[in-house]
Write a protein that binds this ligand. Structure first.
Ligand SMILES: Cc1ncc(COP(=O)(O)O)c(C=O)c1O
Length: 408
């Protein structure tokens, strides 16, 4: 179970490690981790090839329901390679969720392409399918099989929906639109291993999918990622590009500029052990969600993240929205109150269209993402969070709401 004194997954300013501190989301190391890692150390197979890399790839492919999986050093690396194998070229455009961690937009820029930011839907906070449709139908022209943005004149090549917070995007209409407009679909399932859309695992539903195993994800390798696909040529290309594009490893012949993106065997060993307990971890996350729903029932001005009828959410990061007036204070004041009580919480991401890093990219209005950024707060939800810790978070939120601004 969770040891409260270990460091938080993110060493952000304001985090108080140690003591009774309740972190937002930290790794849970269980099962055969030590045995598998020791095997790597004992045999010397610690680097970027080895049986655990092969096994981790096979087992992730089975979970994602894809023919192939290629392990990478991070989810961001997987996204970069996914864009390249999907044929995204410099100066192309890629539609991407604006309400997400910055990695997918950065990966688009690594490929020399440009993000077109799409708002979140107000119900489940995922890429808004209607806004994708409006952009493609009204903002673009299709000629000779090529889609071009009417404003920038750039070729639109792919859609990159991000399954945020462990909940799936409504993918079927996106896949239909992609077929209609000849676009590739690259799923960012970094936060959503174990999530299902209409009963099927996310990541394996588009042309290529990407997963992350960084420290705060459902399972972790410390750092790592995976590209999953049914496309054999793309998988081969991904393997080639992630290993420095070696055409003749003896004579050092390289026909392309490759990358050093392969996951070390010792980290894959941790990944294999974590995957063995994935179901238990997802069950724990869903139990935490149910505890918050029950414990915060009736708190004025507090609404919970929701699960669509077609979704199986892992509730990777449990998030609520605070309406300041009925609740008694805004989300940032609540964050401060929780912090004073040794409880770590975090707002959702600043929408990417509003970040300095991606100024100048194409976007329509994104009022939903902006509203969620101002008002949402993610609560502690480590797999190992104890009932006592969750009860403390719930009591603190209830007290803050009851006391209003006087609580600060
Ligand atoms: C939606 C999303 N995409 C991509 C990433 C990048 O993964 P990594 O940190 O493994 O590079 C993350 C998280 O870190 C993420 O939350």
């Amino acid at each position: 179970m969770m040891n409260a004194s270990r460091p938080t997954a993110s060493r952000e300013p304001g985090a108080i490690p140690g003591g009774d501190f309740i972190p937002l989301c930290v790794p849970e190391i269980r099962g055969h981790a030590w045995t598998y890692i020791k095997e790597c150390l004992d045999t010397g197979w610690v680097s970027s090839v080895g049986s655990f890399v092969d096994r981790f790839e096979r087992e992730i492919a089975a979970v994602a329901g894809t023919r192939h999986a290629v392990a990478t050093t991070s989810g961001t690396a997987a996204l970069h390679i996914a864009l390249l194998v999907a044929g995204v070229q410099p100066d192309d455009e890629v539609l991407v969720s604006t309400l997400t961690f910055i990695a997918p937009a950065n990966a688009i820029r690594y490929a020399g392409a440009w993000p077109v930011f799409i708002d979140a839907d107000p119900e489940y906070w995922q890429m808004d399918v209607d806004k994708v449709r409006v952009f493609l139908r009204e903002g673009c022209t299709l000629a000779a099989g090529e889609l071009r943005n009417k404003v920038t004149g750039r070729r639109v090549r792919a859609i990159l929906p991000v399954h945020v917070l462990g909940h799936p995007v409504d993918l079927d209409p996106i896949l239909d639109l992609a077929r209609e407009f000849h676009l590739a679909v690259i799923e960012d399932a970094a936060e959503s291993l174990g999530t299902r859309y209409k009963g099927r695992a996310v990541g394996g539903l588009g042309d290529v999918g990407c997963l992350s195993f960084n420290g705060n994800k459902v399972i972790t390798t410390g750092g790592g990622g995976m590209l999953v696909t049914n496309n054999t040529d793309w998988a081969k290309r991904a393997r080639y590009l992630t290993t420095q594009a070696k055409d003749d490893p003896v004579e050092y012949e390289h026909h392309a500029v490759g990358y050093n993106y392969r996951l070390p065997n010792v980290l894959a060993a941790l990944g294999v052990s974590q995957l063995e307990v994935l179901d238990a971890f997802v069950e724990a996350k869903r139990r935490i969600a149910a505890t918050y729903v029950e414990g915060l029932r009736g708190v004025p001005g507090l609404t919970h993240m929701r699960e669509a009828p077609w979704a199986f959410s892992t509730y990777w990061m449990y998030t609520v929205v605070i309406d300041p007036e009925p609740f008694g204070m805004d989300s940032r004041k609540l964050l401060a109150v929780l912090q004073e009580n040794g409880i770590q919480s975090r707002p959702l991401w600043r929408p990417l269209h509003a970040t300095r890093a991606h100024q100048g990219a194409e976007r329509a209005a994104c009022p939903v993402a902006e509203h969620l950024y101002r008002h949402a707060l993610s609560l502690p939800c480590s797999v190992g969070a104890t009932p006592a810790q969750l009860a403390k978070v719930i009591a603190c939120i209830r007290a803050a709401s009851a006391a209003g601004p006087a609580a600060v």
